[in-house]
Write a protein that binds this ligand. Sequence first.
Ligand code: C2O
Ligand code: CU
Ligand code: CU
Length: 462
Amino acid sequence: EGMDHSTMNDDMEGHMDHDEVVSLNDSTGENELKIPSVLESDNEEELVYTVRAQKGETEIFDGTKTKTYGYNGSFLGPVLRFEKGDTVKIRTINELDEETTFHWHGLEVSGEEDGGPHSVIEPGEEKLIEFEVTQEASTLWFHPHPDGKTSEQVYNGLAGLIYIEDDNSRNLGLPDEYGKNDIPLIFQDKTFDDEKQLNYSAAMNEDGTIGDTSLINGTLNPKLTVNKEKVRLRLLNGSNARNYTFKLNTGDSFVQVATDGGFLNEPVTLNEITLTPSERAEIVIDFSQLNTEDELALINEEDGSTLLPFEVSDQSGEDSSIPEEMNDFSITEEERNLPVTKEVELFGMMDQVTINGKKFDPDRIDFTQEQGVTEVWEIYNKPDDMGGMIHPFHIHGAQFKILSRNGEEPPENERGWKDTISVEPDETVKIAIQFKNKGVYMFHCHILEHEDNGMMGQVKVE
Ligand code: C2O
Ligand code: CU
Ligand code: CU
């Protein structure tokens, strides 16, 4: 009896920890935001990129070296920039002392190239992959996916961005000067120990590891200096578990132009936007009427913390505008009328998380779907005795459409391509999904500790 009691208490404490999420530090704005480099092709005749997962040391805090992981560097990774229609080769090299995989989150490639837990690369080994970029302009990302070790490797620093550009993205006239008025923002939270080290096993929470220290692109206490112009921010929630609700400290509105997998049809004006782990959004903030003394900052409405103060220079920038029409995303009547053919029930917390009552088994195929055929999946987040929690649900290898949330049309800013959706307790979300390629793909909760605890299944596309 005593043991039952203590087990239960542990569970409850873990859950309460989750509800009362640790607040993030406020950025003091003392460091200019780091902008990841853009990876160049190894040679001019063909597009071949080399991506190495490696260990390193990073000066996150002045004068201290923190042991970290990174791609082609000590922490995080470069931006891979592809053009729709490109045939791309990537040499993926594992220079870590442990197994890893290279997963291209949001990219529509075959199961072979997708880099799920079956595609392990042993330490010191490499694998060349090749694929064609067939999808439209979007901001995707890449990270490791080894079974049971994803959360720790991402936490230690393995994550990078992928940009896809196409004729449409180049002709829209949106701000697109990389690092100047088109800025990537990878939001992560970490806990540093007394030696300013990332000690994953000490920081780890089975229900999702939450840190008290906010890093953007790996920068502690960042600020972003902008000219007086419209600035496009490509937001990625790259945290293991934390949700962010992005808002301006003044309450002023901004405009969302893109979802996970492409542009919205029309810009959507918002006062705030919530992103759960792995979701992306592109937003545009207009700084053209601001003055150098204006104190604008991006804050996290969830805990009131200041994430990114902006410093407006006295330079006027480009006179860009946001077009009224940006895309031709649509949901057909046929798609709306399709029956539900796959049901996904998300349940549990801590290490008791399941999908359809089961934990991940690499030898079990949970669903099959035919290549090129659209099916409707219904995702339900089943509450537990304590209410439950949001699970960000992600499917590999495809961008999908949200048909409904609890039977209602999704909000305007979710009427675009998605690969991850937040599902609230007791919420049912219907999506229409089609895989363009074949292979075995994961679907899972993107709270990385839930994923590692088995809240994952496999769909085989044939
Ligand atoms: Cu970000 Cu299984 O993916
Ligand atoms: Cu993915
Ligand atoms: Cu979850």
